[in-house]
Design a protein around this ligand. Structure first.
Ligand code: SAT
Ligand code: MN
Length: 603
């Protein structure tokens, strides 16, 4: 161990040699004023939120207990996919859907950026665990960061601090996650409310299970337990160990006969995963409880079924569009307080507001910290503004949400945001066909990532920005996962699209709570009780097979939402071919066979 003297560096509450060595190495490189080991206590939360209020980063909300409003730098509002790298040793392991750089070269570049980058700031060491702490093999990590905003967000989103460190022992393996906002302070220099750096890197070193992030304070770029660990790094672990790390919500659906089913569903960011996870069914007698809204880790249990665990401890949901009509359960969860709100609007009486909440108040402070009055062109809240709130205080969390065994999945839904072509729901013929559906999933881009919105892009399994290795190998891993299992124990795979539009551009399907009708049909298919029409793209219900009792929508719209249109699909095929060409040689033969079979069926 080196001889640098930084206050706090030697007050480590652990003897774990690798952890200590790494913390020393980072402290020496980044030169913070002090080192603090995060313990996850209420006292720490109070101290850091007070510090953030003092710094002008947080405004305490008068209307919600223990809750805070934050506005980011206007340039630091979303994931930066262009600046996200998979630095595998061999570029062939990165593949065409990720950015690659040689790991040694990346480390040299980023080491230069990290040198002295924490001057004038505190370096926090956050031991954390993704998934339940009492797992047989807890999934550990340590994030080092110079951002108090990150520490308090990690309090909500992960199990962290002392209780996580207790699982490290002397030699448990852990993911190293280094984060800096990249904004050192010279002596006497005044800080800004949201320090960050124009230069940003979000880097994964998959072989070393290591993450290096620089320059951003935004959720997906800075809360490294989330997308960086639980998807990019975990997808590599999952490939190596025979499980699945997926961008999926987990919900529990109980029928009027009191039979429960677990469903996992993948949608791209900002396509309504949180709303579906907390749905209030509009059909009588059905009930939804939630286990997770963003990430599912799925492993085979002893009985041969696929069991899902949510690695997260909080919801990091898109705020705009969320209200008592679209997602009452999310509203009730945040109403309890203990939550952070970033880039929404602040009301004059100390509450939050965003587009979709109904009539706006006469005056607001916008996410850009400007006076805002209704009727102007500017939105009060950024389209990717977020609430961050603990799952534990969600009234409809399933009691088993923290069971380290996970829950057995009966159905997997893949969905995207498509104005045309994709019917409301299609059941795959079998696992391989379901993998084809997932691998060719497409969606219009949203505000969750920097870039143009509304452009159709392929987003395989809603994992395009999150697959930590070659997408072709990832597809093969999905195929192999199916082959390794007993076919009738595998979840059934469905392709859904809540976003199809009519000729006048209006949505054909009302969505939200009405999506329970689609869930019900899927369950009835699993139970062998519902009929479907066999089409070239899979099994699609007719309007008569969906329970439409009490639905306020025209028959024509429902039929249009469910329609299989051969011409639209013939136009889709070249796009799928182009996508496979982009993935290249590693597209599994079985998926090429699926495409050929689809072309034959389309005639
Ligand atoms: O920014 S996050 O990656 O945490 C949320 C999302 O884009 O899904
Ligand atoms: Mn997500």
């Amino acid at each position: 161990m080196t001889a640098v003297t930084i206050p706090g560096l030697d007050q480590a509450p652990t003897d774990h040699p690798h952890l200590l060595a790494w913390v020393h190495e980072v402290a020496e490189l980044t030169c913070p004023d002090e080192v603090v080991w995060a313990d996850g206590s209420q006292d720490e939360w109070d101290r850091l939120t007070a510090k953030l209020v003092d710094a002008g980063t947080f405004v305490p909300l008068k209307k919600k207990p223990n809750s805070f409003w934050a506005a980011s730098d206007p340039t630091d509002v979303a994931r930066v996919e262009e600046r996200t790298f998979i630095c595998s040793v061999d570029p062939a392991d990165c593949g065409p859907t990720n950015n690659w750089m040689d790991p040694a070269e990346m480390k040299a570049t980023m080491t230069d950026l990290y040198r002295g980058c924490m001057r004038g700031r505190t370096m926090y060491v956050i031991p954390f665990c993704m998934g339940p702490l009492d797992a047989e093999k807890p999934m550990l990590g340590v994030e080092i960061t110079d951002s108090e905003y990150v520490v308090v967000s990690m309090h909500i989103m992960t199990r962290m601090g002392t209780r996580a460190l207790a699982r490290f022992g002397d030699d448990a393996p852990f993911v190293k996650a280094l984060h800096s906002i990249g904004a050192p302070l010279e002596p006497g220099q005044e800080d800004v409310a949201w320090p960050c750096n124009e230069t940003k890197y979000i880097t994964q070193f998959p072989e070393e299970r290591t993450i290096w992030s620089f320059g951003s304070g935004y959720g997906g770029n800075a809360l490294l337990g989330k997308k960086c660990y639980s998807l990019r790094i975990a997808s590599v672990m999952a490939r190596d160990e025979g499980w699945l790390a997926e961008h999926m919500l987990i919900l529990k659906l109980t029928s009027p006969e009191r039979k429960s089913y677990y469903v996992a569903a993948a949608f791209p960011s900002a396509c309504g995963k949180t709303n579906l996870a907390m749905l209030e069914p509009t059909i009588p007698g059905w009930r939804v409880e939630t286990l997770g809204d963003d990430i599912a880790w799925m492993r085979f249990g002893e009985d041969g079924r696929l069991y899902a665990v949510n690695p997260e401890n909080g919801f990091f949901g898109v705020a705009p569009g969320t209200d008592y009509h679209t997602n009452p359960n999310a509203m009730r969860t945040i109403e309890k307080g203990n939550s952070l709100f970033t880039n929404v609007a602040l009301t004059d009486d100390g509450d939050v507001w965003w587009e979709g909440m109904g009539e706006p108040p006469a005056h607001l402070t916008s996410w850009k910290k400007q006076d805002w009055t209704p009727g102007g062109d500017e939105l009060s809240s950024h389209p990717n503004s977020r609430y961050c709130t603990p799952i534990a205080q969600c009234d409809i969390k399933a009691p088993e949400w923290e069971d380290p065994k996970g829950v057995p999945i009966s159905a997997i839904f893949f969905g995207g945001r498509r104005a045309t072509t994709i019917p409301l729901v299609t059941e795959s013929r079998d696992w391989q066909h379901g993998v084809f559906m997932g691998a060719t999933l497409s969606s219009e881009t949203t505000a969750a990532a920097v870039g143009k919105t509304g452009v159709v892009r392929r987003d395989p399994m809603a994992m395009l920005p999150f697959i930590g290795y070659h997408a072709g190998d990832y597809f093969q891993h999905w195929i192999d996962t199916g082959k390794s299992a007993d076919a009738d124990k595998l979840p059934k795979i469905f392709y859904v699209n809540w976003f199809r539009r009519g000729e006048d551009k209006r949505f054909l399907w009302p969505g939200f709570g009405e999506n329970s009708r689609v869930l019900k049909w899927a369950i009835e298919r699993i139970e062998g009780r519902a009929a479907a029409v066999e089409t070239p793209i899979g099994h699609v219900p007719t309007a008569d097979e969906l329970d439409l009792t009490g639905l306020d929508a025209s028959r024509e719209d429902i039929e249009a939402a469910l329609a299989f249109d051969a011409d639209e699909w013939r136009a889709e095929v070249p796009m799928i071919e182009e996508w496979f060409a982009k993935i290249g040689e590693k597209v599994p033969t079985s998926l090429r066979d699926e495409l050929e079979a689809l072309k034959l069926r389309l005639g």
